[in-house]
Design a protein around this ligand. Structure first.
Ligand SMILES: Nc1ncnc2c1ncn2[C@@H]1O[C@H](COP(=O)(O)OP(=O)(O)O)[C@@H](O)[C@H]1O
Ligand SMILES: Nc1ncnc2c1ncn2[C@H]1C[C@H](O)[C@@H](COP(=O)(O)O)O1
Length: 224
């Protein structure tokens, strides 16, 4: 049945779809649901096995650079894996958010020093901003109100995030809104988290797949 959904809505078998959005908005949940509906593989962020994340939330200044390098290496390995499989992936968070949101925010807020930031962005540009780095076919941007997102962060229950001041999440939420308005590395489909309910509505995955299919066909026509 699921295989038919991909065919039914004309989504290429080798597509790479990345899910973007602020912490807690629902990327992992969407990644699982879409991968299941489309019979795609998943590429998740490794949160529990990340050796720097807890340390980072405890002391941004000390661990920002280490954490960014760790994420960059992890995402690059995932990029290689997706390429080797020949696509057919849903990816939980794009590599563009690491630099466009996180590293930038920490540098501008003074919790990542100028030299570290430059070293990091040089490495990022050399690895990612090359003609050899394939961009995803589609970026799905999940958006929602800060109140809903804060509620989800609390509900999910990662202590390090629950203990982080609300101002950090507010700042990130605002940055995401500005970032997505100027993002142009691949086509963007925006989904508002109040327009679907993956938890309670069994039909909504298909509705989302239908939107994705229509959107991908439109963007393919525009590219011709
Ligand atoms: N559609 C939804 N409706 C209600 N709660 C949701 C929905 N999607 C995700 N959640 C909940 O929100 C929290 C964060 O979701 P998650 O997918 O882990 O976010 P992210 O990967 O963006 O950090 C989790 O507790 C999850 O169960
Ligand atoms: N590049 C990053 N810099 C700092 N923190 C990051 C980065 N990428 C992810 N994170 C953090 C944010 C969350 O606490 C976890 C997982 O993100 P999520 O949005 O919940 O999937 O890692």
């Amino acid at each position: 049945m699921n295989e038919n959904l991909r065919d039914k809505y004309g989504i290429p078998k080798d597509a790479v779809i990345t899910i973007a959005g602020t912490v807690g908005v629902g990327k992992s949940t969407m990644t699982k649901a879409l991968a299941d509906s489309l019979q795609f593989r998943t590429s998740f962020e490794n949160v529990d096995g990340n050796p720097y994340l807890d340390l980072f939330y405890d002391d941004f200044e000390k661990w920002s650079f280490h954490l960014q390098i760790y994420f960059l290496a992890e995402r690059f390995k995932e990029q290689k894996r997706m390429f080797e499989y020949g696509g057919g992936f849903i990816q939980d968070r794009s590599i563009y958010e690491d630099t466009g949101i996180f590293a930038k925010m920490h540098q501008e807020k003074g919790t990542m020093n100028e030299v570290d930031y430059e070293t990091y962005t040089n490495l990022f540009d050399a690895m990612v901003m090359t003609p050899y780095f394939p961009h995803p076919d589609l970026l799905i941007y999940l958006e929602g109100s800060i109140e809903d997102i804060l509620g989800r962060i609390q509900e999910r229950g990662r202590t390090m995030e629950q203990q982080t001041p609300v101002e950090y999440w507010l700042e990130m939420h605002e940055r995401y809104e500005r970032w997505i308005d100027s993002f142009n590395a691949c086509p963007v489909l925006r989904l508002n988290i109040n327009d679907y309910d993956l938890m309670n509505d069994p039909d909504c995955s298909e509705q989302i797949v239908e939107r994705i299919g229509k959107f991908m066909q439109q963007t393919a026509v525009l590219k011709r």
